[in-house]
Design a protein around this ligand. Structure first.
Ligand code: NDP
Length: 410
């Protein structure tokens, strides 16, 4: 019997997931794309039909409403739900899935619209509900989180007895020609980069602690293969929360992302004038949230596709021990924005998120990744995922370095 797949969210990432599921239609079967704005679903479905010949069903749904979600899941008789709406909808979609007994996948952890917390607490708390409903929830199946977690699991399985330090390195060297724009949802992106930084480290007593930094306080220059040296800033990123639980022997984990000077000076200015605020303010008798208003003014990330040139490089730099010897490796993936657009009409950031979302869903539907409850990516065997990355458009490389060699160049 053929599968039925429900994708929720028709933004930049939803576009890629729709294309990639259609390109793997033998696994995904009957595919429905549902979102708040039906016309966006229809536009994606028309492009998918033109390029792949596959028909997608489209539906309107408000994913903040559990009853509406249940209706859509029942109508489509979905076997699984791929959530690529916004992190605000994670809990409602998870709850609708448990009530309908349908597997669930997302690419970003739940966030409350009023407080940016970047934590898995509320999703992990649903583990028992998922077990009782006899379903699986796969959390964070994008690139970071997602592929970066799988890279860590792959390093642990094949290269190390113990990994001591991990630096997750995220470089986007794409140029869209605008002085300021965000490559994915502006609210989510700006909340992430304007928040305080944090990394995790064990002290001399072996206790792991989170160490907080001011936004953009720590800058290092890393040399990214196929791109070159780039200023990289320490941020908090959600995959670290699950990796500190699951990677053996870990002593420190940090996350760095590259930003250009223009992006940072625009962001600082917007922050200084209050435009990154997420609390309502009164404006001429109306209540507005500054960050939401800013998101309205900025270019739609989906519109950046045809204009973006250059490459992304995301990977992990890990040091540890194998057979009593020190070892250093760098696993990374390079994507080209223009190639991504030529294939699925989206720029590289949406592409590198949407392809792993499809792969996670594929492994789940094929029974290669199985479980009952709520899981993070590194809890499964990384090998089938790594094979699919090579097959589905995200080929990766492993660089084995001398034990003390670094990719830092400052
Ligand atoms: P977009 O803003 O482009 O798209 C979000 C989509 O969700 C829009 O189509 C929007 O509909 C829809 N949506 C929002 N609210 C609702 C709702 N209440 N009901 C139904 N649909 C809704 O975002 P992206 O595509 O860039 O990002 C999608 C997800 O991917 C986000 O969660 C983001 O955090 C995550 N992400 C993960 C990454 C990773 O590597 N792990 C990297 C990048 C993104 P409408 O347009 O009609 O408002």
């Amino acid at each position: 019997m053929s599968n039925k797949t429900l994708i929720i969210g028709a933004g930049g990432v939803g576009n890629v997931v729709a294309f990639k599921c259609a390109m793997n239609v033998e696994t995904f079967g009957e595919i429905t794309l549902a979102s708040r704005t039906l016309s966006k679903c229809d536009a994606i479905a028309a492009n998918v039909k033109k390029k792949t010949g596959v028909n997608l069903n489209t539906l309107k749904v408000d994913a903040d409403s559990i009853p509406e979600l249940i209706e859509v899941i029942k109508d489509t008789q979905a076997d699984m739900v791929i959530n690529v709406a916004l992190p605000y909808q994670d809990l409602t979609i998870m709850d609708a899935c448990t009530q309908c007994g349908v597997d669930y996948l997302d690419t970003a952890n739940y966030e409350h619209p009023d407080t940016a917390k970047f934590e898995y607490k509320e999703q992990w708390a649903r583990d028992d509900q998922f077990k009782e409903a006899n379903i699986m929830g796969l959390l964070g199946s994008g690139f970071d989180p997602g592929v970066t977690n799988v890279f860590c699991a792959y390093a642990q399985k094949h290269y190390f007895d113990e990994i001591h330090t991990i630096d997750i390195l995220d470089c986007n060297a794409g140029d869209h020609g605008y002085p300021f724009a965000t490559n994915f949802n502006p609210e989510i992106n700006l909340r992430e980069v304007s928040a305080k930084g944090r990394y995790w480290q064990k002290n001399d007593n072996g206790e792991g602690k989170w160490i907080e930094t001011n936004p953009m306080e720590i800058k290092q220059v890393w040399d990214y293969p196929e791109i070159g040296p780039k200023d990289s800033y320490l941020l908090y990123h959600e995959e670290m929360e699950s990796l500190v639980k699951h990677i053996k022997g870990l002593k420190r984990i940090r996350f760095f992302m590259t930003f250009g000077e223009s992006y940072l000076s625009h962001m600082k200015c917007l922050e200084n004038v209050g435009m990154l605020g997420i609390e309502e303010v009164e404006h001429k008798g109306m209540k507005i949230v500054p960050m939401e208003f800013l998101a309205t003014l900025l270019p739609d990330p989906a519109s950046l596709g045809p204009r973006t040139k250059g490459k992304t490089n995301i990977g992990i730099f890990a040091k540890g021990i194998k057979d009593g010897q020190k070892k250093t490796i760098y696993i990374y993936q390079v994507s080209d924005h223009e190639q991504c657009y030529a294939e699925v009409m989206s720029q590289g950031v949406s592409y590198t998120t949407g392809v792993p979302a499809m792969i996670g869903a594929k492994l789940l539907l094929e029974g290669k990744w199985q479980g009952k409850g709520v899981f993070n990516m590194e809890e499964f065997d990384p090998d089938p995922f790594m094979e699919e990355l090579n097959r589905q458009g995200l080929p990766w490389k492993v660089m084995e370095l001398d034990e003390d060699e670094d990719r830092r160049v400052d």
